[in-house]
Design a protein around this ligand. Structure first.
Ligand SMILES: Nc1ncnc2c1ncn2[C@@H]1O[C@H](COP(=O)(O)OP(=O)(O)OP(=O)(O)O)[C@@H](O)[C@H]1O
Length: 473
């Protein structure tokens, strides 16, 4: 534990019993503490002070015998500041709730009455972990090699490959060069384009996107450059095009490989002269935009066989960033999956809280031919069908041979999407709980069995029948 007083974290203590709050305050007298007795005051204090550590009693009014209130606070804190380390307290009888809180992201738990020495160790551990994590997150702003856990606009980047991409993107963002993003469909090009805009000095200006593949060739020119009233049949009024709308901001040209050759010439002229001509317009209009283009096609090959103008290619490709497919950055799989679960949880009334260990294994072994978009679709489905946790079956990933998936890509989602059997779902949940409890007790079978409320022989036989590897084996 750091000895500098300024290095001590603020700790928010949430407990409805005044005497317990006082006791905890005394046990943690070395730290600046904040005290709250219910959800309202706890969240208000949290919002104002952003304490790195929270000690949270799960049973709070109005229903102190139930963990609803405590779990709601935990969820809220996680949503507002995922780095916060939350230590939960429960009565001796409600270990299940405490375990549920761990599943939701709490870092530790204790059963009342608390031993001050144990609490001290938990707080130290929580603080050390918090500092490590926040150091990691702080790096991208200054460092060139910019490792990031999470960045602008919800872009999650944990792998070395994505750290590199984000670092390049930040460098590009600081200048006005045109950026060309390449990468497989669903790998995050659109998201990265928004992040570049957000990191650039133009962040306050507009971000205007146009998908060149989605608009019929005949309409694309007026969509891009706008038109004057009467410019063609049906042009009943003046329309401002996307390029002009992006003035002082960023223009994102998605699927640039689908732009027809005739229009490529006009786009090139705009990039060279920084002026546009509305269709039917009489004079050029000066526009100041930064262009980011993206494609999942091989523009080099298209350039070689004349389908893409060479001069435009070089104009757009002043700075190129290649987004690796998800299968080439396995370190991103679990963080992105967790992020997507949080992002889409609100779509159902009682959403699953976590992934089962098998689901996590399967996701990491899978080849993700549709990249993050495919993951998002599978997780949205998992949220709808999952009960408590999202299993591999819920994601439609239960029946893929791991090696085959890695080598060949997997079948599309609507092909091996087995519904989970009740038994498989129960086994997944049991495996998950036992794994977590073993991890919490450093593989101490006796302690784990006590926490789980089963005898030691029963726990041994469950470990064997569920195929749970033991840390000491
Ligand atoms: N690193 C990431 N972190 C969080 N979400 C991501 C990440 N990458 C992609 N996504 C999500 O995955 C989905 C697909 O991403 P996006 O649309 O940016 O891909 P794309 O490469 O532009 O696809 P396409 O080539 O088909 O246009 C989006 O919903 C996006 O929010």
């Amino acid at each position: 534990m750091a000895s500098e007083p300024s290095d001590l974290p603020r700790i928010l203590i949430v407990d409805d019993e005044r005497s317990l709050r006082v006791q905890l305050k005394w046990a943690l007298s070395a730290y600046p503490v904040l005290l709250a007795g219910d959800r309202g005051s706890a969240l208000e204090l949290f919002e104002r002070e952003r304490p790195p550590i929270v000690i949270l009693d799960l049973g709070l009014p109005p229903d102190c015998d139930n963990a609803t209130e405590g779990l709601a606070i935990l969820r809220e804190i996680q949503a507002r500041q995922p780095l916060t380390r939350v230590i939960v307290a429960s009565g001796n009888q409600d270990r299940r709730n405490a375990l549920m809180a761990i599943g939701l992201g709490a870092c530790d738990y204790y059963a009342k009455p608390i031993d001050a020495a144990v609490l001290g160790v938990m707080v130290e551990r929580a603080w050390n972990y918090y500092k490590l994590q926040s150091d990691l997150q702080a790096l991208p702003s200054g460092a060139d090699d910019a490792p990031v856990a999470s960045t602008a606009a919800g872009l999650v980047a944990s792998s070395p490959a994505m750290h590199k991409v984000c670092s390049l993107a930040r460098q590009a963002a600081a200048s006005t060069v045109s950026v060309l993003l390449t990468g497989e469909s669903g790998s995050g090009k659109d998201m990265l384009a928004k992040a570049i805009h957000g990191w650039s000095p133009r962040a306050e200006g507009p971000f205007i996107a146009i998908n060149c593949a989605a608009i019929p060739d005949a309409l694309l020119e007026s969509e891009l450059f706008g038109h004057e009233k009467g410019a063609f049949t049906g042009a009943v009024g003046r329309v401002i095009g996307k390029v002009e709308q992006a003035h002082a901001g960023t223009l994102f040209l998605d699927e640039i490989g689908d732009m027809p050759l005739a229009l490529q010439a006009k786009l090139l002229r705009f990039l060279q002269e920084k002026t546009i001509d509305r269709v039917g317009g009489r004079r050029p209009i000066a526009v100041d935009v930064r262009v980011v283009a993206a494609t999942n096609k091989n523009l080099e090959a298209m350039r070689n066989d004349g389908r893409f103008r060479e001069d435009l290619f070089f104009r757009l490709n002043e700075f190129d960033i290649a987004l690796p497919p998800l299968r080439e950055r396995p370190e991103d799989i679990v963080p992105i999956a967790r992020h997507l679960l949080t992002k889409h949880r609100h779509t159902v009334a009682t959403p699953p809280q976590a992934f089962s260990p098998t689901a996590l294994d399967r996701m990491q072994a899978y080849a993700w031919p549709g990249n993050v978009r495919e993951m998002e679709n599978r997780i949205k489905r998992g949220i709808v069908v999952g009960q408590g946790v999202i299993t591999a079956e819920d994601l439609g990933l239960a029946s893929f041979p791991v090696d085959g998936a890695l080598e060949t890509g997997a079948a599309p989602m609507d092909q091996g999407d087995d519904l989970p059997t009740l038994r498989a779902a129960r086994e997944d949940a049991e495996r998950h709980l036992i794994n977590r409890t073993l991890a919490m007790t450093d593989n101490n079978i006796q302690k784990a069995a006590r926490i789980l409320g089963v005898s030691r022989p029963t726990l041994y036989s469950l470990i064997k029948s569920l195929g749970i590897p033991r840390g000491d084996e």
